[in-house]
Design a protein around this ligand. Structure first.
Ligand code: ADP
Ligand code: MG
Length: 452
């Protein structure tokens, strides 16, 4: 493998570890410039990239490089300002060239008007019982935007296809209704857009731009939690679009009633249309997904290996793709499919391990994160409801999942008296029986504790 091929393999793998936006930002115009003894030198376009890559991605890059070529033990970065794309492409084999182009197509060819990635379509979206309701709703909305379900709210855990599905709607509407203005915005972009509009006194322009949209798609709205000013602006934008029968499509990692610190009026807007979820695909569907992805790439792997992946990689579809990709890189480098034993070794990091057990740290971390708090907030001796409830839930889980004694729970939370811990446990236990919202929250929290 030459340096270019090695770097393309690294890039292909990095995509599975970081978000698309980060990938595009930090890895554009990078390449391996030399490989001497045990050291690889990577050129980057500017000092900013150098700092980020060496601080944030050094370890992951080195690990990935080392896995591909075990002689590599060290890594450094140099700055090389000009675009290297042309020289880079010349040296690549035809195959690798196509792959680079695909990578670019994916990451850099996002439509500037709509922000949609053309890769996400209904044609390559696999449907099974885990997502069929959401898929049906998405198709209905694509055929009759603004009419059938408004808003459409899709929720589900990470890597299960929310972004793929809601962008497919956008792409289909763009194709079929050429005049309709479609816009996809991540919640982070939406928030930062509002903040900078407020700062630069441009909020009216921001609003005018929004009001000209026919189909507004906002991804990961759980990030609006606690952002009061943004929620207020969003509420107005929502209403003005909704009143004009413009289609609004939202995604979130949880249902509207489980998003903490979401204004009541916004929550009820979110709940006013169609809410549907995407759950985990079962074994059969995982196998179908793997086969479809292979077909898309025009390649094959032995059935027993596919069965091994489908049996063991259960977390989500993104991980399934990652596992497949890892084997295909091996395939490409060695010109033959890995056998089952090699596949097992290559997929170690992907396989769901029975050792994913709960512990004290995980429970505290997960509960705090779920409720948008810092861990130390859970220990605050306050009676504020937004803290009391998460604290009681943490105590409840410590008892229920880890069988901690009440006195030891009390000690962890700085109390001398263990009746508080008993009270918390009983209260959550009882509410869990009576209150669906709490049950749903507890399930989501537990899912995260055990899958993290
Ligand atoms: P989420 O937004 O829920 O975190 P994504 O939409 O980013 O998940 O999906 C993760 C990866 O899995 C993407 O590469 C996506 O194309 C793929 N994927 C998810 N669901 C499906 C599906 N039903 N069929 C085909 N590919 C899927
Ligand atoms: Mg997403």
């Amino acid at each position: 493998m030459n340096n270019n091929e090695l770097w393309q393999s690294v890039l292909a793998q990095m995509q599975f570890h970081i978000s698309k936006a980060n990938f595009a930002t930090w890895f554009q115009n990078t390449e391996i410039v030399s490989k001497e003894a045990e050291k690889i030198t990577i050129s980057v376009p500017n000092a900013f990239s150098k700092e980020w890559l060496s601080n944030k991605y050094n370890k992951l890059l080195l690990k990935t490089l080392h896995e591909l070529d075990c002689t590599i033990k060290d890594l450094n970065f140099i700055i090389k300002p000009q675009s290297l794309e042309n020289n880079q492409l010349k040296n690549l084999s035809e195959n690798a060239k196509i792959e680079t182009e695909q990578l670019k197509f994916d990451e850099f060819k996002i439509n500037k008007e709509t922000n949609l990635n053309p890769r996400y379509t209904f044609d390559n979206f696999i449907v099974g019982s885990f997502n069929e309701l959401s898929h049906a709703a998405a198709l209905a909305v694509s055929d009759n935007p603004g009419v059938t379900y408004n808003p459409l709210f899709i929720y589900g855990g990470v890597g299960l296809g929310k972004t793929h599905l809601i962008q497919s709607i956008g792409n289909k509407i763009s194709d079929n209704f050429k005049k309709k203005k479609v816009k996809y915005i991540s919640s982070e972009k939406f928030v930062s857009g509002i903040i900078s509009a407020i700062r630069s006194n441009n909020i009216e322009t921001f609003k005018t731009n929004l009001s000209s949209i026919d189909v507004l798609i906002i991804d990961d709205v759980q990030f609006l939690a606690g952002k009061t000013k943004t929620q207020e602006e969003f509420f107005h934008a929502f209403n003005s679009l909704y009143e004009k029968n413009k289609q609004i499509i939202l995604s979130s990692d949880r249902p509207p009633n489980a998003i903490p610190e979401l204004e009541e009026r916004l929550r009820s807007r979110f709940e006013g249309g169609m809410i549907s979820d995407i759950s985990l695909p079962d074994y059969e569907t995982r196998l179908v997904i793997l086969k479809a992805k292979l077909q898309e790439k025009g390649t094959e792997l032995p059935e027993e290996i596919l069965e091994y992946i489908a049996t063991n990689v259960k977390k989500n579809i993104r991980e399934l793709e990652g596992a497949l990709n890892k084997l295909l890189i091996y395939y490409k480098i060695n010109n033959k499919s890995p056998d089952l034993e090699t596949s097992k070794k290559l997929l170690k990091g992907f396989v769901f391990s029975p050792f994913n057990i709960a512990n004290y740290k995980k429970i505290i971390e997960t509960v705090a994160k779920f409720y948008n708090l810092e861990e130390k907030n859970l220990y605050d001796p306050t009676r504020r409801r937004e803290i009391v409830k998460p604290r009681q839930i943490a105590m409840f889980l410590l008892r229920k999942e880890l069988k901690y004694s009440f006195p030891s729970i009390a000690r962890k939370f700085g109390g001398k008296d263990h009746t508080t811990a008993i009270y918390a446990y009983k209260k959550i236990l009882q509410e869990n029986e009576e209150n669906n919202k709490l049950t749903e929250e507890l399930n989501l929290i537990k899912q995260r504790i055990y899958s993290g």
